[in-house]
Structures are given as structure tokens and as C-alpha cells.
Write a protein that binds this ligand. Structure first.
Ligand SMILES: Nc1ncnc2c1ncn2[C@@H]1O[C@H](COP(=O)(O)OP(=O)(O)OP(=O)(O)O)[C@@H](O)[C@H]1O
Length: 228
């Protein structure tokens, strides 16, 4: 369901302005070209895709939404004298610092001060509530190395990521709906260089399960529900 190197979802309305390889995108078939093109341009950001209902139903009638999150420069990058190359111009535009005429439009663009909670509320929460009502949904993050995918998806105790926030919401909904019986299955996967890694496999190369379990325990999920 989740990859710390990337996140996916279902309705896309990625629109890239001034990009030769992308125009208004209204179907998921056009998604790969549009997202990959934009992604390569945005080195300190990553895409956040969510399926199910769009971020803004009034504005978008697409099944897939694409959200961009810019992270702040790291201390190391600041020391190296690196500069911000792209910034969030308003709520939907990613604009080049060097050439203001180059801009890409998305369903939502978050700047470096945005919290993961805010990203979750806008771009992911509706996928979880939809899934609990039987609407299939997918959320994935996609971006270059160090763009912030793990920070957004996994997070830490201080700033829980999309996965722990989604798990918490899922169990809250279960708790609030005693008349219905739920069966939850959980997997934790990473797709890297087209290889799928099972992050819950103790023999796997890239284990993040210990940290994930620690975080889930810290979120006090009631015993009777966590065993369901
Ligand atoms: N929104 C943010 N605010 C503050 N720091 C961030 C943010 N996003 C990422 N970082 C920091 O940037 C660094 C790189 O982020 P992260 O490890 O999440 O990237 P990644 O895309 O998962 O990288 P990789 O593909 O190499 O696994 C980390 O130190 C992380 O804490």
C-alpha cells in the first residue's frame, strides 16, 4: 500500500503550464508523461498523488489528483550555497525562481512551511474515508532522492507521516462504526529501480518495520481493535 520512495492515487488532474510535454491532463493515461516531466524539474519537491475524490471537487472533476510538496533546503544544502530553484506561487502553481515565465500547475502546491498534517488533510484524508465506505483509493509519493518522500509518508513521532495518520483515522472510523465488521490487511512496500521490496520482511534488505511498529504503538491503538 505504501512506498517510502513514492505514494499513488486515482484521479489525476495534473496540468503543466509552459511544458512542451504536458498540457491540460484529464485522464490517467496521460499521467506518466506529465508527472515524470514535472518531477525531473523539481529537485526539492515530490509529487503526492491521491485517488478517490479530488482535492477540490468544484475545481477538478478528475479521478486522480496531483499535489506537490516543497521541502525547505537542508542545513547541508545551505552550507553548500544551494539555492531554491522552484517555489510555490499561490496554491496551485510551481514557478521557477530563475525564469518566472516557467511554471507548472497542479491540483495543490504546498510550500516549505506546510506540515504533514496539512498535506494529509487536503490530499489524503478523503481517500481514507472513501476507502472505509468501499471506494478504492491509492496514495503514493513520488520524487527524487532526498526530496522528502519518507518524511511525508513515514514521518516520525514529532511529525507523523501520511501512513500513521491514515492508520489512526482508519481505526477511529472502525471504532465509530460498531455495526460493521472490518478486515484489515497491511503491507509495506517500496518500489525502487523497478524492484519491489517487502519492508515487513525481516530478511529483507531495507527494513523499516521496527520504526513503523514503534510509531504505531506510540499512537495508542486500542488492543481489541489492533487485533481485528
Ligand atoms: N517538509 C520537510 N520539512 C523539513 N525537513 C524535511 C521535509 N521533507 C524532508 N525533509 C528532510 O529532508 C531529508 C530528506 O528527506 P527524505 O529522507 O524524506 O527523502 P526521500 O525522498 O525519502 O529520500 P530517498 O529517496 O533517498 O529515500 C531528511 O533529512 C528529511 O528529514
Amino acid at each position: 500500500m505504501y512506498s517510502p520512495k513514492g505514494l499513488i492515487s486515482r484521479k489525476l488532474s495534473s496540468r503543466a503550464a509552459n511544458s512542451p510535454s504536458s498540457s491540460t491532463t484529464s485522464s490517467s493515461k496521460q499521467f506518466p508523461e506529465t508527472s515524470v516531466e514535472g518531477f525531473r524539474e523539481l529537485s526539492h519537491s515530490h509529487y503526492f498523488h491521491s485517488e478517490s475524490l479530488p482535492v477540490d471537487v468544484q475545481r477538478s472533476k478528475e479521478n486522480v489528483t496531483v499535489t506537490v510538496r516543497f521541502r525547505p533546503l537542508s542545513q547541508r544544502e545551505i552550507k553548500l550555497g544551494e539555492e531554491i530553484a522552484w517555489y510555490a506561487d499561490g496554491e496551485t502553481i510551481a514557478r521557477s525562481e530563475k525564469n518566472a515565465s516557467i511554471a507548472y500547475a497542479y491540483d495543490k502546491v504546498f510550500g516549505p512551511t506546510t506540515t504533514t498534517r496539512q498535506v494529509y488533510d487536503v490530499a489524503a484524508q478523503h481517500v481514507i474515508s472513501g476507502a472505509m465506505e468501499g471506494i478504492n483509493g491509492t496514495i503514493f509519493a513520488y520524487g527524487v532522492t532526498s526530496s522528502g518522500k519518507t518524511h511525508t509518508m513515514h514521518g516520525d513521532q514529532r511529525s507523523p507521516g501520511i501512513i500513521p495518520l491514515a492508520v489512526k483515522d482508519t481505526f477511529s472510523i472502525i471504532q465509530e462504526t460498531p455495526s460493521r465488521e472490518y478486515l484489515l490487511r497491511v503491507s509495506y512496500l517500496e518500489i525502487y529501480n523497478e524492484v519491489v521490496n517487502d519492508l515487513l520482511n525481516p530478511a529483507g534488505q531495507n527494513r523499516e518495520d521496527a520504526q513503523a511498529i514503534e510509531m504505531a504503538e506510540g499512537m495508542s491503538i486500542p488492543n481489541d481493535i489492533s487485533k481485528a
